[in-house]
Design a protein around this ligand. Structure first.
Ligand SMILES: [Zn+2]
Length: 171
């Protein structure tokens, strides 16, 4: 969400409502691997391929995050699978762990010809990811870790490919 918010400041344009509507109407099919997102975005009958790279955390950050998550989970009751304790956000901040990827660290590519970057398809992909994270907060951690498993998303309109590379997941 923070990424989106900072985008809103940087790109106060008409692309955002259109990107949101694409994401809401399931025009975005996400394929999630650790530290990489691929998406097919259907826009006006054409399919555009989007790729967003998400840098993984340094080893120490991953270890710290894992420890904080385990501790927060131990003292929080009633967490569903895929959920994260609310207190974790503050804990992370205290330890200088940033979940969101700074815009200048993101590399996003789309095969469309739009000259606006990020284009509406990249923005729609980010919105779609945000929806998914809403349903399954732990995904934010998985995307930044080299060790985490990326479980299949459950929402309608999403597919998770089974071609996850075990070497990439556990290497
Ligand atoms: Zn595009």
């Amino acid at each position: 969400m923070r990424t989106i918010e900072s985008m809103r400041t940087a790109w106060p344009n008409r692309l955002l409502p259109r990107a949101r509507s694409l994401a809401r109407n399931h025009a975005v099919t996400l394929t999630i691997r650790t530290h990489r997102l691929d998406a097919d975005v259907v826009d006006s009958g054409a399919v555009h391929r989007v790729r967003i790279d998400l840098p993984i955390w340094p080893e120490k950050t991953q270890t710290d995050a894992g420890r904080l998550i385990a501790r927060a989970r131990a003292v929080t009751r009633g967490l569903g699978p895929g959920d994260l304790p609310d207190a974790l956000d503050a804990e992370f901040r205290q330890h200088g762990i940033r979940v969101a990827v700074a815009l200048d660290q993101q590399t996003a590519a789309c095969d469309c010809r739009s000259r606006r970057r990020p284009c509406v398809h990249v923005l729609a992909t980010v919105y779609a990811l945000t929806q998914l994270i809403d349903e399954r907060p732990v995904l934010t951690i998985e995307l930044r870790s080299s060790r985490a498993e990326v479980a299949e998303p459950t929402g309608a309109g999403w597919i998770a490919l089974s071609d996850l590379d075990p070497a990439g997941l556990y290497g």
